[in-house]
Design a protein around this ligand. Structure first.
Ligand SMILES: Cc1cc2nc3c(=O)[nH]c(=O)nc-3n(C[C@H](O)[C@H](O)[C@H](O)COP(=O)(O)OP(=O)(O)OC[C@H]3O[C@@H](n4cnc5c(N)ncnc54)[C@H](O)[C@@H]3O)c2cc1C
Ligand code: SF4
Length: 634
């Protein structure tokens, strides 16, 4: 689909300025009776439609604005009101003529609409520059299944069906999502800043976490801006490792429900400094009747049916599309980037759309397909000047893949845990060294409330569902994250069949093991329950009791590091502005640029960096800095 500067809702009126209107087949749009202008349409499969020249009438002349009405399907396909020809027009779309008059040339082409790409499009949109946002997936369909854990977790309804391979050539079904908004549509919206120290070199038990080419101070204003755009709720001064900040959170922290508050009090009694997790949800606890977010139990891992999660689709892509210089192509996969003969400039973006191949041109091309897909795209774009893949003279593209060492652990009690929205509490007391150990261990927080359907996904077929339901009702469900280190042999490659191969050997695991032990001992010291006493707390178990506790290789939610940035072109692919060292007009703004992974969720750092790179791009194009804020649609 092509979406040009309009929001997707049921009925829209487009204000289109007539330049030289041309027509392929006018079968999808009902033209306003006030004019007899004919809108410009592209039929499926035709990159450049047949031009029939200007059709103008008494109320319609070149330079005039007209109103075109179009009806959009709930899935945002375009529905005809009065079809002029037979057949489906589902894949037709409105395209302003100036787009084709310009021969498909854009100032910026952004590939991928997730945390990095969606945010960058938002930041550049008010500049008036022509922006093409290309997304391989569609919009997430709004349907009841958005909030069904059976559909989302057990049946993987929204996971890509794409097949990758592991190092042994075995099939890998990646837990990743290709939609407008990228993985932020499904994320838990825990939006952390990295710590100041994460930007420097840190000694871990398993090796060195390397220094970044930029400092925390450089990113701080962009973190603040990112928190405003993504509606982050938090409380300053609670987190013992909190980095320096120039202001407070834009919204108050999301409150704990009673069971979580009790746990927080227990942790505090033991001398820890538990804190409220910074969360990007549009929740107004003071005025619940007005709140967009209803504080439900299907947030982390689910798309938000009521558009209340602060994701890249809602907070960035939709507001960006209000600017008519922004065009979004959905269901359009970028297959390859082509360079000029010198190899210094990307001259063509080759895409596959509706089963056909098309080419787009942009002055600046920004790749943001996620750390694995972006590396794959550069590797697939190898040519004579870049035999190891685009921008890969350093041979780092695809290497240093990181994804954190993550575990989901369930603390079972005899008493039920009635918490609905569980992801409000975090503990960072063991993020760096602690009195017992001189090395970092990591971060403790929560996943969304687990239930029987979700647990069934990792259990053997014989495991009775009622047992799993019971476990889900009685568990506190922790998420533990530790830093994994950049190993050049942990890498993304492409096999002979063009498939993605992901090779990963865990490292730096000792800190994570100690973090689990730490949590175990803390849970043993919880307050006695008035009914069962100390017997209430039955212990800490891996979520996946049957298959081991670690998140498997296919769990690529926190993927990063595959196209690292740095000052030295011999050891990095991107410079400090995330421009490819070897090309003049190629940038990368997704999680690929990370030099180290830290031990908090990556989302806010990707968003803040996209804003930083956005400012650099505006300066480079000599454009006035756009107004910093636009309101989101929700
Ligand atoms: C279940 C889940 C929970 C998570 N929870 C959190 C959390 O609480 N906090 C947090 O900070 N992070 C969380 N994350 C991680 C977070 O979502 C990611 O770090 C973030 O979305 C990555 O941003 P990105 O821009 O690198 O890639 P993405 O957001 O994945 O965006 C990449 C986009 O590019 C598109 N694309 C890929 N290849 C191509 C191509 N060739 N052509 C065109 N388009 C392409 C994809 O379809 C996708 O839309 C979670 C992730 C998941 C899956
Ligand atoms: S309503 Fe709130 S808690 Fe529920 S999915 Fe949406 S943002 Fe998350």
């Amino acid at each position: 689909m092509i979406f040009h500067g309009f929001p997707a809702s049921d009925v829209q009126i487009f204000n289109v300025r007539i330049s030289t209107y041309s027509v392929s087949t006018p079968d999808c749009f009902d033209v306003s009776p006030k004019t007899n202008a004919v809108c410009s349409l592209i039929r499926p499969g035709r990159a450049v439609p047949r031009t029939m020249g200007i059709k103008s009438g008494p109320n319609c002349a070149v330079g005039q604005h007209i109103h075109l009405k179009a009806w959009l399907h709930p899935d945002s396909s375009i529905r005809p009101r009065t079809p002029y020809t037979k057949g489906s027009c589902k894949d037709s779309a409105l395209v302003p003529t100036n787009w084709r008059m310009n021969n498909g040339h854009y100032d910026f082409i952004i590939i991928g609409s997730g945390a990095g790409g969606g945010t960058l499009a938002y930041h550049l949109a008010p500049s008036g520059k022509k922006i093409l946002l290309i997304e391989r997936g569609p919009f997430v369909r709004r349907e009841k299944e958005n909030w069904s854990s059976l559909e989302v977790n057990a049946r993987g309804r929204y996971n890509t069906k794409e097949l990758w391979r592991n190092a042994d050539g075995m099939e890998l079904h990646p837990h990743t999502n290709y939609y407008v908004g990228g993985n932020t549509k499904f994320y838990g919206a825990a939006l952390f800043r990295l710590r100041e120290q994460d930007f420097g070199e840190i000694k871990h038990y398993g090796g060195i976490s390397p220094e970044w080419p930029i400092s925390y101070d450089e990113l701080e204003p962009y973190y603040a801006q990112a928190e405003r755009i993504y509606h982050v709720h938090g409380h300053v001064g609670e987190d013992p490792t909190e980095p320096r900040r120039t202001g407070g959170y834009p919204f108050p922290a999301v409150s704990h429900e009673p069971r979580i508050q009790q746990l927080s009090d227990d942790f505090a009694r033991l001398g820890l400094k538990p804190f409220h997790t910074p969360l990007g949800v549009m929740l107004d606890e003071k005025n619940p009747w007005k709140s967009t977010c209803i504080r439900c139990n299907t947030c982390d891992g689910f798309p938000c049916l009521v558009n209340a999660k602060a994701d890249a689709h809602i907070c960035c892509v939709m507001p960006a599309l209000r600017h008519d210089n922004v065009t979004l192509l959905t269901d359009t996969k970028v297959a390859r980037l082509e360079t000029d003969s010198s190899g210094r400039e990307v001259t063509a973006v080759h895409v596959e759309r509706n089963g056909t191949k098309e080419i787009y041109n942009g002055t600046i091309v920004i790749v943001s397909g996620g750390a694995i897909n972006s590396a794959a795209l550069l590797l697939r774009s190898a040519n004579d000047k870049h035999p190891n893949g685009l921008a890969n003279g350093s041979d780092v593209v695809g290497r240093h893949y990181m994804g954190h060492t993550n575990s989901v652990l369930m603390a079972l009690s005899k008493c039920p845990n009635p918490t609905v929205f569980q992801k409000t509490l975090s503990v960072n007391d063991f993020y760096f060294s602690s009195p017992e150990w001189e090395f970092p261990m990591g971060h403790i927080s929560f996943v969304g409330k687990l239930d029987g359907d979700t647990l069934k996904a990792g259990a053997p077929k014989v495991a009775p569902k009622w047992t799993l339901d019971l476990m889900g009702k009685h568990s506190l469900d922790f998420w533990l994250t530790s830093e994994d280190l950049p190993d050049p042999n942990n890498r993304v490659t492409i096999n002979r069949d063009g498939e993605i191969v992901l090779q990963y050997k865990p490292n730096n695991e000792e800190g994570h093991k100690r973090l689990i032990k730490k949590l175990e001992s803390l849970m043993q010291q919880q307050t006695k329950c008035p009914i069962h006493g100390r017997e209430c707390h039955e212990g800490l178990f891996a979520r996946n009791l049957f298959l081991g506790q670690r998140i498997p290789l296919a769990g690529v939610a926190h993927q990063n590091g595959t196209i690292r940035f740095g000052n030295d072109p011999k050891t990095s692919a991107l410079d400090r502005n995330c421009k490819a060292h070897e090309l003049d007009n190629l940038y990368v703004v997704d999680a690929s640029f990370f030099c180290s992974s830290g031990a908090v969720n990556p989302g806010l750092t990707i968003i803040a960096n996209a804003l930083r790179v956005g400012d650099h791009l505006l300066e480079r194009m000599n454009v006035r800095r756009p107004e910093p804020e636009m309101t989101s649609v929700a």
